[in-house]
Design a protein around this ligand. Structure first.
Ligand code: SAM
Length: 169
């Protein structure tokens, strides 16, 4: 099981990016995203996606993120451009087995996060985005298998070379 801890979510200002983060987390194989404050709009928009497209992805709210990090029973990975290159650690992280908590920031991440986790991992050492960093991390972790998963939802895309078709089950 993979969970994503989203640090520093600010209502309205970060909603769009946090929504994209949740969509990517779900589509790329994570089971839940943890927010540090309640955001009804974000939560209901992701719940709507899950109702239509399937899967059991959930959004949880945990204000005490330090406690959540300390209590996590599994591997803790913080995505940061300042960390070790993903290629140097992904096999070790994967082979540890068990649950994985992936921590991503919005603005500046508190310095103690670097100490509270097992791994600080860079998706390259250039600044980019938490959405991109999470997508690449999950894709490398699952070695691409997550993109073939059947979510068993009411709606399903019928792949085609051109045009758009969605089937209702
Ligand atoms: N300047 C901010 C800092 O010092 O933390 C970075 C903010 S960035 C817009 C938001 C988040 O994207 C970061 O907290 C990190 O989780 C993720 N991120 C951005 N670039 C990354 C990279 N090259 N590797 C891993 N994660 C990255």
């Amino acid at each position: 099981m993979i969970a994503v801890l989203r640090l520093g979510h600010r209502l309205s200002r970060d909603r769009r990016v946090s929504t994209h983060l949740a969509l990517v987390a779900r589509a790329f194989g994570a089971s839940r995203m943890v927010l540090t404050c309640r955001d009804e709009r974000l939560q209901s928009s992701i719940a709507g996606v899950c109702r239509a497209w399937g899967g059991s992805f959930s959004i949880e709210v945990e204000e005490n993120w330090r406690g959540y990090l300390r209590r996590w029973n599994g591997v803790k990975v913080h995505l940061t451009m300042y960390g070790e290159h993903i290629d140097d650690r992904i096999e070790e992280i994967r082979s540890a087995g068990g649950d994985v908590l992936v921590v991503v920031g919005a603005e500046k991440v508190p310095a103690e996060v670097f100490e509270l986790v097992d791994y600080n991992i860079a998706i390259g050492h250039q600044p980019h985005s938490e959405v991109a960093a999470l997508a690449v991390f999950l894709d490398r972790y699952f070695e691409g298998r997550e993109l073939h998963r059947d979510f068993g939802g009411r709606l399903r895309v019928v792949p085609m070379r051109r045009g758009k078709r969605v089937e209702e089950r």
